[in-house]
Design a protein around this ligand. Structure first.
Ligand SMILES: Cc1cc2nc3c(=O)[nH]c(=O)nc-3n(C[C@H](O)[C@H](O)[C@H](O)COP(=O)(O)O)c2cc1C
Length: 169
């Protein structure tokens, strides 16, 4: 694996990408800039923020590089449906997909993106308000908050570590 490639709108995914870079020694590139540093087909780990169920940048990254693993950064607290749903929405079947909780920074969102996120929160309000964890998340969607934690990366670090131990051809 050569690099970490990421797509981030308000910086939470970037924070995770930088943490991974620091811990693995792999460089982290914003998808837009990665073409200056990488060759087509290079093996990468990709991180993208979730926008209405889609992992932003993944489709483009998968066309350009050999994506060996993906992390989707969202705001909802994950349950057993999260990974299968994300795999289906993003047509990921043959590589590992991880979920990370990011954050919300309302002041860094465009008006339109804030509206879409608030609509998501409203639909959740009805469906899942019973769960205490989701009540907290809804509050964060409205007021902002940061769930980025280094310890969330344990599984991904194990995965990348394994890849780096296998000699590259
Ligand atoms: C327009 C919009 C749609 C979103 N849709 C989802 C979603 O479907 N599922 C989810 O878990 N998070 C959703 N989020 C939350 C973001 O994925 C979350 O805030 C993420 O941490 C943003 O990362 P970034 O700072 O790297 O852009 C949405 C956010 C916005 C602004």
């Amino acid at each position: 694996m050569k690099a970490i490639v990421y797509e981030s709108n308000t910086g939470f995914t970037q924070k995770y990408a930088y943490m991974l870079s620091e811990k693995t020694g792999l460089p982290a590139y914003l998808l837009e800039n990665a073409k200056d540093e990488l060759d087509k087909g290079d093996e990468v780990f990709f991180l993208g923020w979730i926008c209405s169920g889609k992992i932003r940048g993944y489709a483009k990254a998968a066309k350009l590089y050999s994506v060996e693993g993906v992390a989707a950064v969202g705001i909802l607290s994950p349950d057993e449906t999260t990974i299968p749903q994300l795999k289906q929405n993003n047509r990921i079947s043959d590589i590992p997909l991880f979920y990370l909780q990011g954050g919300v920074a309302p002041e860094r969102l465009s008006t339109i993106k804030r509206r879409i996120l608030e609509m998501t929160a409203r639909s959740l309000d009805k469906a899942v308000l019973k769960k205490e964890g989701d009540r907290k998340v809804i509050n964060i969607i409205w007021n902002g908050g940061d769930f980025v934690r280094a310890e969330n990366l344990t599984e991904i670090l194990a995965f990348i570590g394994e890849k780096l131990r296998i000699p590259q051809q």
